[in-house]
Ligand binder design. Structure first.
Ligand SMILES: *Cc1c(COP(=O)(O)O)cnc(C)c1O
Length: 271
């Protein structure tokens, strides 16, 4: 596929105009605070939100370099794995997902759907997985799968940072703060670069003990923008006990939020 036609296909597939700003109602909100949610989840039914932003320029580069296959990494519940599988099926790439840990059957819905989109799923033990960025490991993958374009865990690389700068492109209201959830910090890095020192931006890590992200985000930002900004910060205490952990207060909040705003934020609580 020529680069032109992939750009065109992307333009015709991803609906930038759908990512509207939706005014949010909260149960205990102070009247003078207004909150808007940028509905990045509406960009596409399968490859949505920041997962698309992070993949876009990697897909274009892979295509430009003539790769037919994408290989990436993630846990068994990774939305990035799911999005990469979906993107591969829509934009004409074979996909390989390297999954941390052992296979558990029946497959969860993330991996079931990834397979449905044609992704080849390979499990690696946790120890090997930790070494996934070492050249020796990449070489062994090349021996096994042949040529591929490698997208790192969570999709976060410099091209992902570039893609995420576009999240704020059509925010057409005035505002003071941006808040974003953080996994790998790629999304926040893009937002920081796009703000170029303006406004104030907070990241909320979903992992417990995510202080290490401070430095990783600084590095992503410095590499992309050649700048060091201090209009951003991480709020490390809102993980509710760790990744995917819930408590009663959080569950009640989610139900109330969904009722007030008609946005489903947690599919798992409804199944
Ligand atoms: C994946 C994901 C994140 C984390 O993005 P990073 O770029 O890895 O920090 C945050 N919010 C949502 C809704 C996600 O799906």
């Amino acid at each position: 596929m020529q680069n032109n036609s992939l750009s065109e296909l992307i333009e015709n597939t991803i609906n930038e105009d759908a990512a509207i700003l939706q005014k949010i109602e909260l149960p205990n909100i102070k009247k003078r605070v207004r909150i808007y949610l940028k509905r990045e989840d509406l960009l596409h039914p399968i490859i949505s939100g920041n997962k698309w932003r992070k993949l876009k320029y990697s897909l274009l580069k892979a295509n430009e370099e003539g790769h037919k296959k994408l290989l990436t990494f993630g846990g068994a519940y990774s939305n990035h794995i799911h999005a990469t599988a979906g993107a591969g099926s829509i934009f004409g790439f074979n996909t390989i997902g390297i999954i941390r840990g052992e296979q558990t059957l029946p497959l969860n819905s993330t991996l079931t759907e990834a397979k449905k989109y044609g992704m080849r799923i390979e499990y690696v033990d946790r120890k090997s997985y930790r070494n996934k960025t070492q050249p020796k490991f990449t070489e062994s993958l090349k021996e096994k799968f042949g040529d591929f374009y490698l997208i790192p865990e969570g999709g976060t690389n410099q091209l992902a940072v570039k893609g995420c700068t576009e999240i704020i492109d059509n925010i057409n209201i005035d505002y003071d703060y941006i808040f974003a959830a953080c996994g790998t910090g790629g999304t926040l890095s893009g937002l920081i670069c796009a703000l170029n020192g303006n406004k104030k931006i907070y990241g909320i890590p979903v992992l417990k003990g995510a202080g290490f992200l401070q430095q990783e985000i600084e590095e992503h930002v410095l590499k992309f923008s050649r700048n060091k900004y201090n209009n951003w910060d991480l709020k490390l205490d809102f993980h509710c006990g760790g990744y995917a952990k819930i408590n009663k207060e959080l569950v009640n909040f989610i139900y109330e939020f969904e009722e007030l705003n008609k946005i489903q934020v947690e599919t798992n609580l409804h199944s």
